[in-house]
Design a protein around this ligand. Structure first.
Ligand SMILES: Nc1ncnc2c1ncn2[C@@H]1O[C@H](COP(=O)(O)OP(=O)(O)OP(=O)(O)O)[C@@H](O)[C@H]1O
Length: 295
């Protein structure tokens, strides 16, 4: 799918969606932190919510989780209005927060077993430890874990209840590059198991790698929703060809990079020096889209 894929204001709620939101408004005092948001997230999808600090991401997610009352609009999460969600509904959600579980005196396994006991059909704690790569730390006290290991424990606690929908709030903050890659493959395994995921992140590469679609929120409104390769008209943006000639770095924008490079190649006896062909990155289009909208 190419282009914007938001529902239009006034469209009915989508009963088949994992999350369906129409005209969501949340005010703090007389200021709207979320100011008329329309969004559908499909079952089984990984959706990344992007936006600058203060844009309204956390507020939106907290309303969806049932942790904050909305001031306007309609919301359904797994078919239920979060303002009225009961225990059974809550048991179908997994929430990965910066929980502080890592400060506990309990061991990693004890923490996980205690959480698993809250659910009717939990995942096996041993399997969850394996999935998040913490098997060797099963006996360790939470407070002896490194920052990245605590985050994995947060994820383990979020998924042990076998959630159908998982909320991940900036899940890889503080991870080293290898831990991030491992975490990404964990998220893909969860998707293969059918889990729908709503991810907030400030890492554009993370959104690009993981998300089926991304939504950019600025000043409490969704600026665009699209697959990562199409956001901001990225898919049809001109390519930028770069090369070095007479010791000078040159670049040219072109809609036909193949023909351009063919002509360029004809001008050089061998390789075109330092040849690059690029399109705008997700970060390029994102920064353009939110330009000047931060707090
Ligand atoms: N409890 C609160 N009381 C008053 N204002 C709040 C409260 N929580 C958030 N806000 C304001 O609402 C706006 C949106 O905040 P929110 O936390 O949703 O942004 P965010 O997109 O999650 O930002 P970040 O990327 O920094 O986490 C901000 O202007 C913030 O100051």
């Amino acid at each position: 799918m190419v282009g914007d894929s938001r529902p239009r204001p006034g469209d009915p709620l989508d009963p088949d969606a994992a999350i369906s939101v129409r005209g969501l408004v949340k005010r703090y005092g007389d200021r709207a932190a979320v100011d008329g948001l329309d969004l559908d997230i499909r079952r089984g999808e990984i959706f990344a919510l992007l936006g600058p600090n203060g844009a309204g991401k956390t507020t939106t997610v907290e309303v969806l989780e049932g942790h904050r009352r909305r001031d306007g609009g309609e919301v359904r999460v797994l078919g239920v209005d979060p303002a009225r969600g009961g225990r059974r509904w809550k048991a179908e959600l997994g929430i990965v927060l910066q929980s502080g579980a890592g400060d506990s005196q309990l061991s990693v396994r004890e923490l996980l077993e205690a959480r698993a006991a809250c659910y009717g059909d939990p995942r096996d704690p041993g399997e969850v430890l394996e999935l998040v790569g913490l098997t060797e730390k099963a006996g360790a006290r939470g407070r002896t874990l490194s920052g990245g290991q605590r985050r994995r424990l947060d994820v383990a606690l979020g998924i042990v209840g076998r959630p159908r929908l998982l909320f991940l709030d900036e899940p890889t903050t503080g991870f080293d590059p290898e831990a991030r890659r491992q975490f990404w493959s964990l998220i893909r395994s969860l998707r293969d198991l059918g889990t729908t995921m709503l991810l907030t992140t400030h890492y554009l590469d993370e959104a690009e790698t993981l998300a089926d679609r991304v939504g950019v929120i600025a000043r409490g409104r969704l600026a665009e929703v699209a697959v990562p390769t199409a956001l901001g008209g990225r898919g049809s943006a001109p390519a930028v060809v770069g090369w070095t000639e007479d010791g000078v770095r040159r670049t040219a924008e072109t809609a036909t990079p193949t023909a351009f490079v063919r002509d360029l190649a004809a001008r050089f006896p061998g390789e075109v020096p330092d040849l690059t062909v690029g399109r705008p990155t997700l970060e390029d289009v994102y920064l353009k889209m939110i330009g000047g909208s931060g707090e």
